[in-house]
Design a protein around this ligand. Sequence first.
Ligand code: ADP
Ligand code: MG
Length: 678
Amino acid sequence: MPCLSLAEKKSANTLAARLARLGLRTDADYVLHLPLRYEDETRITSIRDAQPGVAAQFEVDVIDSEIAYRPHRQLLARVRDAGGGLILRFLNFYPSQQKTLQAGARLRIFGELHEGHLGPEIIHPRFHVVGADESLPECLTPVYPTTAGLGQATLRRLIARALQRADLSDTLPPALRQRLRLPEFAAAIQLLHTPPPDIAQAVLESRDHPAWRRVQFDELLAQQLSLRRAYTARRARGAPRLLATTKLTKTLLASLPFRLTAAQQRAWREIAADLGQPHPMQRLLQGDVGSGKTVVAALAMLHAVEAGYQAALMAPTEILAEQHYRKLAVWLAPLGLEVAWLTGSLKKREKEAAIARVGAGETPIIVGTHALIEDKVEFARLGLAIVDEQHRFGVRQRLALKEKGLFAHQLAMSATPIPRTLAMSYYADLDVSVLDELPPGRTPVTTKLVAEARRDQVVARVHEACRAGRQAYWVCPLIEESETLQLKTAEETFERLTADLPDLKIGLVHGRLKATEKAAVMTAFVANEIQLLVATTVIEVGVDVPNASLMVIEHAERFGLAQLHQLRGRVGRGTDASACILLYAQPLGELARARLKIIFEISDGFEIAREDLRLRGPGEFIGARQSGLPLLRYADLQDAALVEQARAVAEDMLRDEPELAAAHLQRWLGGREELLKA
Ligand code: ADP
Ligand code: MG
């Protein structure tokens, strides 16, 4: 753009940047940028009829205006219409505005009237000088979501222009639209941007209107189409058929001190069937904490090894990876299988040696953290990649693993139970196996709520349990603002408990420890050389020490529901009666109170997840940003019926109407689909 001055270029750049912040690039983006609410400028209200607190439009003459200093500099204008007078008050203003508000000017003003010191007034009304024969607008004025420095007038102009230009043709076949009782796309969109004045504004703003329903359906459909398409694309890629001899898996099953639960057997059958297919498995194994996912993962890994391939298991933290490593090493050593261990904390030489053995195909089974997906790691024959707690990995890490095991079978594991409607959308690109049953013989965990003031009694109880040969966790509060502060608190708690309970062996584990230090503490705890383990939330996932039967969570009111559930799942793993004591500080906020009540009353992970979803709403629930799933702007994932419809329509459309499906995706996602493939 050679003819633009520097200032012009700069302002063009900032406008573009602001629009980009709103995700506005294509005409379709503008068309789908829908109003938050509306203002009715289609009629003029007389000042006499104005109701306090209700926004309305008035047409007035300016009597006079002045800058006052009471107590701050402000601009006051006295105006009137045939029925009465009022004051316009501006606490900040431009000189140009002052000029416009000159005696005799005729204005249209829009705002909420209320009673001020000097009589009725409007603070910061929107206003403009009425043109000679200016008519009233024919539709309600849309108010769009915007960002700092981007005014409504600019947005309205850009959107109106896009509406003229954009292709608004329908992506739903007419028969389908009629069956679903949805209006045409073009009509729905026009109505939402430019509603006629006689429409029920409240209904429109509550989004309970057929036009909104159409938009919500379309948005869900785009999500389903995109997820299903990614699934099909991956499926088309081809993977080695892993034909098992069952020799290793049978030996493992025979050597276990327990029998698989019915749920474990079912999941294992589903996984084994997938592994025998010539395309990659894309399965999620979902099961509450303690439901026994690890052994199912071990069976899947053995299946791959029998077929002559390698299997890798990746976990999000060192502690968790190490637990898997230990357990697998114990189970698999008798079968004569080596388990390789690969994490960032290994010494350089050890790491290089491990990578070399993995690359030469000498180790059939590899367990580790995201060190597994570093560039240097090349698997000789990777047949199966398992990711534990997959939602804890970032999008980039998941993509990297996909690339490593592009042609490998994939199994994700998650202990975060996700309610059905959410699962349909979050996992539309995965097959799901659910462990809906806990192994027998678990004693349910008793949950107690105890006020901070009674901390001494809790300390006494911990003392008693440890003296009786059991072990306990003491979980320190989450301090969101500062990791340093969190660490400090953990150290103080450790010191205080050490002083209070001098005859106990107490350990401390937190995120800042070196991996080897962490491992040393955990090993000592597993061996019962440490009786009381003071910890931050690093123990949240996966830690498995059956002799630990008591958990204290300090400042439980600061934790989220899912976290509390995960933490509580660390006890109740042995035969002793277990308890989880939630210490809370008063006063409790409303949300904290609701969470504590739920965790106290409910032990089932799925039910807790449902309540959590209700409290928090879906976006935050799945951490959508982190998952790479675009947040839904208009649809609500809790609208189960609509989600189901969109899912069914997506399947049909991909099969019968691929061009419409492509057009629909283009409209809604443009070029943003890549993210979804993670
Ligand atoms: P999670 O699903 O939370 O990862 P784990 O795989 O760690 O659960 O299993 C929890 C505990 O239950 C482990 O000690 C495991 O050995 C044991 N376990 C797994 N399956 C069974 C079973 N069928 N019967 C008894 N104990 C089992
Ligand atoms: Mg686990």
